[in-house]
Design a protein around this ligand. Sequence first.
Ligand code: URP
Ligand code: ZN
Ligand code: ZN
Ligand code: ZN
Length: 470
Amino acid sequence: MLDLAIRNAQIVTAADRYVADIGIRDGRIVEIAERVGEAREEIDATGLWAMPGGIDAHVHLAQPQGGGVVMADDFETGTRSAAAGGNTTVLPFALQQKGQTLREAVQAYHEQAEGKCHVDVSFHLIITDPTPQVLGQELPALIKDGYTSFKVFMTYDDMILNDAELLEVFDTAQREKALVMVHAEGHDAIKFMTRKLEEAGRTAPYYHAISHSAVAEREATHRAISHAELTDVPIVIVHVSGREPMEQIQWAKRRGRRIFAETCPQYIALTRDDLKGLNMDFSGAKYVCSPPPRDTDSQAAIWEGLRDGTFDIFSSDHCPFRYEDPAGKDVKGARTSFKWVPNGIPGVAARLPVLFSEGVSKGRISAERFVALTASNPAKLYGLYPKKGTIAIGSDADIALWDPEIETTITQDKMHHGCDYTPYEGMSVKGWPVRTILRGRTVAADFEVTGTAADGQYLPRKISGEAFPG
Ligand code: URP
Ligand code: ZN
Ligand code: ZN
Ligand code: ZN
C-alpha cells in the first residue's frame, strides 16, 4: 500500500517529460509507472505538470541589518512563502557577525529555525571575519558537518572582504572543497558614485541604481574570477544583473574555468525605471536591491544566458524589508537618501511563477530547462542531489504540481510572506504551482498554505559534486 499516488501527471525533469503515475511511501518516491498500486491518498493530476519542488538556493531570513532594522521574514513566514510559491527546499544564510565564531553563528540560526520551517532548509554561511582561526580550524570543521558553501561580499561596510582576505578565503575553499558564493560589486566605485550623487542633490531611490553601476559589477566580477584562477577554486557569481558581468563569466567559462552563475527574477521582470516610483517619490525604495535591476537590453541578455548555459541557477535573493514598519518607524519609506534604504526585496514566492510565465509560457525556455535552473542544478551545485532536485525512484517526494494554463495575477495576498508589499504586484502570469508536496505531504494548495511550521527538516549537505567532481 502506498501513502500517496499522483495519477496521470505530465512528469517534467531536467531531462525529459512523459505522462505517468508517481507512487510515494514514507516520504520518498518508490514507484513511477503507467499505473502505480493502491494508495491511502490519491491525487488526480490529469492536465497538471509534476515538477521537482523548487529549490531556492539564495534567501535571507531573520538576518539582522545595520541601524536596528529587522528583516520582514523570519523562518516561519519566509518558508511559508516559499511553500506558497512551489518550493520544497530553501537555502538561507547563517551570518557570522564580526568577532563571532562560525559555530556561534550557525547555532544562532538553528535556534531561530528549529520547529519554524514549512519546507526543508539548509544553511550557507556568510563569512565576514576570516581570521586564521576561522579559516584554519572553524571552517574545516563546519564543512565536515555539512555546511559546504558560504558567501562573501566585495561591498557593504559591515561585510566587505578586501582582496587579500578574498584570496585567503578562496585558498581555504580550494583546500577544503567548499563552494564560495561571491557578491561581486566594487565597493569604492559605489561609494564614489554615491558621494557624487548626494553632492548633486540626487537622493531619490532611483539613484541607488545609478550608484550601483554595471561597471562596478563588471569590475568586481572580473576581479573575483581572477582571484579564483590564481587559487584554482570554483566559485559562484551570485545575483548577476546583466550583460557586463555576464561577459566576464562567459570569458571565464570559455577558458575552462569552473565559474558558476546565478540570476534572479528582478533582472528579468524589473528595470531601474521601477525605482522611480511615482514621479521619483520614495515608493521607488520598494525596488532597491543590489545589484539593481537594469534595462531592457540587460533583460534580453539575461534570457540569452538562461538559455545558453551562462547561468547555472535561478534563485530569488529573497531579502525582505517592510516599506512601512508596524512599529510606526518606516523601514524603506521615510529615509532621506537612497543610501539609507536597506538593500533587498522579497521574491521567494514569486520566483517560480515569474520564470515559468515569462520563460516557459512565453516560449523563451523549455520546461526541462526551467526544472534544471530552479531545482536540479541548485541541488547538484550545493550537494543535495539526488535526494532533492529531481523526480526519480528513491528521491524525496518533493513535487510541485503546476497548472500550465491557469492565468492569474501576482498579488500581495498570494505571497504569504511577512513583507508588506511585493515588487511584482499586478503582474499577469500564466502557470502556477497549484499544489506543493513536501516528502509526500501537501504543504500548500490553491493559493493557500496548508502545512505547518513543523513540516520542514534541516538538511546537512555533501561537498558540491558539480564544483568538485570525482
Ligand atoms: O540587495 C540585496 N541583494 N540584498 C541582499 C543581500 C545580498 O547581497 O544578497
Ligand atoms: Zn549579495
Ligand atoms: Zn542575497
Ligand atoms: Zn492566505
